[in-house]
Design a protein around this ligand. Structure first.
Ligand code: SF4
Ligand code: SF4
Length: 112
C-alpha cells in the first residue's frame, strides 16, 4: 500500500433528518433560552463539575443539537447545580434550567 502521508478520516457528517432531535425539542419547549447558546464555552471555563470531569454544558448543548443522545445521557448528571455558569453566560441562557430539563428528558427518553 502506498503511503501518502495522510489518511481518510471517519465521516463525522451529521444528518439531522436521520438524527433524533427529540431531546433538544423537549428542552426547548421547557426552556427556550437553550437556543440562545452560541457555543462560546464561557460556562465551561469555571464549571465545578468540569474541574474533576470532562463535563461541559457547551458540549451538552452541542450534543443535543446534533442528536448525540448516548454520550449526553452518560454525562448530564455530572452537573452539581452550583449555578456558576448562570452568572457567566454572556447570552443569558438559563443554564441550570437547561440542564434540569435535559436531565428530565433523559429520565423520560422513551416517552419523548
Ligand atoms: S451549574 Fe452545573 S454546569 Fe453550571 S457551573 Fe455548576 S456544575 Fe457546571
Ligand atoms: S456560556 Fe452561554 S452561550 Fe456560552 S456556551 Fe455556555 S450556555 Fe452557551
Amino acid at each position: 500500500m502506498i503511503e501518502f502521508g495522510y489518511s481518510l478520516q471517519t465521516n463525522r457528517q451529521i444528518d439531522v433528518d436521520i438524527k433524533n432531535l427529540r431531546l433538544l425539542k423537549y428542552v426547548r419547549k421547557n426552556e427556550p433560552s437553550v437556543d440562545w447558546c452560541m457555543s462560546c464555552g464561557t460556562c465551561a471555563s469555571g464549571c465545578t463539575a468540569g474541574e474533576s470531569t470532562d463535563f461541559s454544558l457547551r458540549s451538552m448543548i452541542l450534543m443535543a443539537r446534533r442528536g448525540e443522545e448516548d454520550e449526553l445521557m452518560t454525562s448530564i448528571f455530572r452537573c452539581r447545580f452550583c449555578g456558576k455558569c448562570l452568572n457567566a453566560c454572556p447570552r443569558g441562557v438559563n443554564t441550570r434550567n437547561v440542564i434540569y430539563w435535559m436531565q428530565q428528558a433523559v429520565k423520560n427518553i422513551n416517552a419523548l
